[in-house]
Design a protein. Structure first.
Length: 129
């Protein structure tokens, strides 16, 4: 009898926590296109790969092109592309200081200048101009 009570006490808060968990994980910001973009970009890889970026709109644009050309991402065009770029640049833009909402600064590696959360060294696969 007491074992059951123990179990209930352990499980009850757990199920509450699970119900509150967002399907896009923590720190997927509110904004136009949030759900659509979350499903689309999360289809192939973790959204963490998106959250850890800080790119200008132009660089997001290049990255989407690169992903379509080399990673089989269905191309995004016209208004849809604008929606995506607006969302990405607004939430994961270049000017994110100290790690933004996406990741606390402490958890991000120091950038080339030794400053926390300013920029991650680009991986070799990212296109550069
Ligand atoms: C069809 C599959 C697919 C879709 C959809 C997709 N990606 Fe990717 N993405 C990839 C692959 C493959 C890689 C490279 C391999 C890896 O690092 O896992 C990648 C890598 C990335 C990277 C890392 C680039 C770097 O410099 O390391 C970012 C950022 C990224 N994707 C963002 C996005 C965003 C934003 C979206 C939604 C607009 C998206 N992806 C949708 C397949 C996809």
């Amino acid at each position: 009898m007491r074992k059951w009570m123990m179990l209930a006490m352990v499980l009850a808060p757990l199920s509450v926590a699970m119900a509150q968990e967002d399907e896009f994980g923590p720190s997927w910001p509110e904004g136009p296109g949030r759900e659509e973009i979350g499903y689309f970009c999360g289809a192939c890889h973790s959204l963490d790969i998106v959250k850890q970026q800080g790119l200008s709109r132009g660089h997001w644009d290049e990255l989407l092109t690169w992903m379509s050309e080399y990673q089989n991402m269905p191309p995004l065009e016209g208004e849809e592309r604008d929606l995506y770029l607006d969302y990405l640049a607004a939430n994961f833009g270049e000017e994110r200081s100290g790690g933004s909402a996406a990741m606390p600064a402490e958890t991000r590696p120091a950038g080339p200048g030794g400053q926390q959360g300013i920029s991650l060294a680009p991986l070799p696969i990212r296109p550069r101009n």
